[in-house]
Design a protein around this ligand. Sequence first.
Ligand SMILES: Cc1cc2nc3c(=O)[nH]c(=O)nc-3n(C[C@H](O)[C@H](O)[C@H](O)COP(=O)(O)OP(=O)(O)OC[C@H]3O[C@@H](n4cnc5c(N)ncnc54)[C@H](O)[C@@H]3O)c2cc1C
Length: 505
Amino acid sequence: MTPIRNITILGGGTSGWMTAAVLSRAFTPDACTIRLIESEEIGIVGVGEATLPQVRDFNTWLGLDEAEFMRATNATFKLGIEFRGWGTSGSYHHPFGVHGQSAGGIPFHQLWLKARTFMDPGSIEDYAFPIRLARENRFDFPVEDPKSIRSAYAYAYHFDAVLYARYLRQWCEARGVQRIEGQVTGVDQNAETGFVERLTLASGESVGGELFIDCSGFRAVIAGQALNLGWEDWTPWLPCDRALAVPCERTDDLTPYTRATAREAGWTWRIPLQHRTGNGYVFSSRFTTEDRAREVLLGALDAPAQAEPRLLRFQAGRRTASWHKNVIALGLASGFLEPLESTSIYLSQIALTFLMRLMPDTRFDPALAREFNRLIDIEYERVRDFLILHYHANSASQGPLWDYVRSMPVPDSLKEKMALFRHRGHVQQYKDGLFSPASWIAVFMGQDVMPQAYDRQADGLSEEALTGYLKDLKRKIDSNLAVLPSHAEFVAAHCYNPNSGISHD
Ligand SMILES: Cc1cc2nc3c(=O)[nH]c(=O)nc-3n(C[C@H](O)[C@H](O)[C@H](O)COP(=O)(O)OP(=O)(O)OC[C@H]3O[C@@H](n4cnc5c(N)ncnc54)[C@H](O)[C@@H]3O)c2cc1C
């Protein structure tokens, strides 16, 4: 077994530098040479600003200092996503945590469903600590004591994706990663085996390698343009194919959550950073024009725009095989799912976890590629179904896009999940793939997909005991919340970037 000693990464966006970081953390420069080619002229997408809690595991594994990383990327904390205009209640949160606390092994939402049969328990969100925290614009780190209501959540970050790539680049170069500036214009394959042997740059320089990781974004220079690996188009389920992105000035209420507001032909995002607020409109060109989308986006800003809106084009879908021979496509080169649940950076991260687990030697056993592709398929399909749910179950928005998504046939896997939840509030739990039952429950209930009945195990608690339990829980949440700092105060104390241009005095 001969270990790989030369790895070439094409692309210096978030996924390219995350790949370089993982490889340089795992291999010393003596054991393996890691090269990364990127082109400043082409640039990076750079609008990936909202993340999932798993990014913390990634940073921790690398050994990054949280406060330093947050200062360097103008980051803020994220407790989840507020969805506006997707359900009849007007707004709901998908928190990084659970609603309430289970009692005697009975999931909280079942208790709440039972309570509704004999009293008015109020909104289920009133019992969710991370949602209450978010709504009041407060933040603190979760505590470890599992009995405490303050342990029932996780957090992620909003950060400037361009600065994150730059930060990782410095970290990687200090660990021996060799960065090559230039544009790849040719991909040379072995005529017999089809394995890629070298990449040729516009300058004439050529860069070899044993393993090639294609992080070249939507261009997919190796996997798409050279190898022509297939692409599965998911536009029939996820018709949005454009985004306009624009930063605006920061406002005073530094919200610890991303906001996703349903609009006439898609949805807008709002992501608060220390120095500005990131905004964008993800829309379908089938149902609106770019001019109208620009008008909607600019009309939705809560402060003056800092630039002209920038247009990005994409297609929802994924590569039918991300790993082929000695090439692995990662990041936007391997697939795209719109950022409604902030999943792209996570999908690069999980692909790197699989790659490290299945790291090939120079024989490139095809079984490794098959397993990698199987795992990636699961990840993409789980996220896909979750995103489709948001559109298909939108019970509030009006217009031709919404008529289309409400009536379109959905994948059988999603149909099954919805039927199960409608029966008695059950959610399938998987070993692999994103989104736990708590996430599905938040979106189902937020968008009016309600169970016809509660699970009969909730009868284990009498009406009287349940009434007392709910009252106590609310009291516990209120008293814990009252002592916590505002998100802006917390950022100021923990990770304020003095160069962000914002005064915290
Ligand atoms: C509208 C939108 C919003 C998004 N929001 C989020 C979000 O909130 N959260 C999230 O997790 N993700 C989000 N994403 C996704 C996120 O931006 C990407 O997952 C992330 O930036 C990774 O991109 P990448 O590194 O694969 O590609 P890119 O950032 O496009 O980088 C590609 C790299 O390849 C290089 N390159 C390309 N061709 C060549 C060539 N021929 N020669 C040399 N170099 C080349 C480029 O120079 C660049 O360095 C969003 C994406 C879009 C489109």
